[in-house]
Ligand binder design. Sequence first.
Ligand SMILES: [Zn+2]
Ligand SMILES: [Zn+2]
Ligand SMILES: [Zn+2]
Length: 265
Amino acid sequence: MRVTVLGSGTSHGVPMLDCVLNNYERCPHMVCLKARTDPRYRRMRASILVEVDGCSILVDTSQDFRQQMLAHSVRRIDAVIYTHGHADHIYGLADMRSYSSHQGEPIPIYGSVETLACIRGAFDYVFNPPALLGGGVPLVEAHVLDGPMVVAGALVTPVPVEHGPLNGCLGVRIGDTAYIPDVKRIPDASLGLLEGLDLLIINCLRLRSHATHLTLDESLRYVRELQPRRALLTHLSHDIDADVEGWLLPSGVAFARDGLVVECV
Ligand SMILES: [Zn+2]
Ligand SMILES: [Zn+2]
Ligand SMILES: [Zn+2]
């Protein structure tokens, strides 16, 4: 199984537009300025590609979906699993029309009842298509993910997590890899679903506290508790500069970066 980090940024992406408009006045390490000229500092919105037994499974379709598919020459999408209904995780769905058209059949999408309701609300034209189709509509087939399920040949376990007031937010476990891009708290019942991991990819927004995301300290606390063989921190804001904060990480833990490919068991 191979995991590709398509995007490692928080909802704003890096460079952050607010930061550019304010002449980088609130950019702690000038990551946004560096990102203008150095692609190593750029962070697209969070998503991963999981390739397993010849199938391609996406977790989330970010606002940067089109760029991510082009960057990695993704030829086919067998399924999409949605973690939650925030804009940075779902708005790439519009561009999936190229894949459903090319593949000639609807693409199965999976998420909690609440997430699928968000997607239906955001994409009325997809679920209630007009009689006369103009530019094409992505064809998708929605499935509720409410327990372990085989998705495109892989066993997928949803891991319910808390991400502020939003209901139905999930992490996803595929094999011994777990991906939790947006989370503030992992309930006790879900911690049991995350035992024996080879790779944990978990949210880390910044060092300062935040109402709906983990800070670096909080992320590392979960890494210590869950004891994965290795961990990546993702959904990073412009506050994090891997060159500066990297020394705070224990061995086996790293900041994710766009384009990182990890071979998993
Ligand atoms: Zn997000
Ligand atoms: Zn910035
Ligand atoms: Zn979110």
